[in-house]
Design a protein around this ligand. Structure first.
Ligand SMILES: [Zn+2]
Length: 123
């Protein structure tokens, strides 16, 4: 995930909704369009009520965020994306305290986010 020289304002505007984040993750996961790892089918339909994609061939459900850091978190994706911006732009290492203010989450959550993101981003 790259910022490509975006300002936080632009980043926030781009990822202002859960859908925008999910869309981004979808394209990260399937850059050439959906392909089912089980049956190789290239069509899936989205099941909004469950928030996942179901393969049209074998009906296996696929969660876009399955392998990502965001798995099993109640935090909105939008906040994760905003945190990613700050974690990847602050080379000195952003503090959890600062993150609480920047994205509006409690301190323990900010700490958890930082730990997970740093692990993923290789800090
Ligand atoms: Zn399939």
């Amino acid at each position: 995930m790259k910022k490509e020289g975006m300002s936080f304002f632009e980043w926030q505007r781009r990822f202002d909704k859960e859908e925008a984040c999910k869309d981004y993750l979808y394209h990260e996961k399937w850059p050439n369009g959906f392909q089912c790892p089980r049956c190789g089918h290239t069509h899936a339909h989205f099941l909004p009520s469950r928030g996942l994609y179901q393969c049209s061939g074998c009906h296996k459900p696929h969660l876009v965020t399955a392998e990502a850091v965001f798995h099993s978190t109640k935090l909105p994706l939008v906040k994760w994306f905003w945190a990613i911006y700050w974690v990847s732009s602050d080379k000195g290492g952003i503090s959890a305290l600062r993150l609480t203010k920047l994205i509006g989450v409690p301190w323990p959550t900010a700490r958890l986010i930082l730990t997970k993101l740093r692990k993923t981003m290789g800090h």
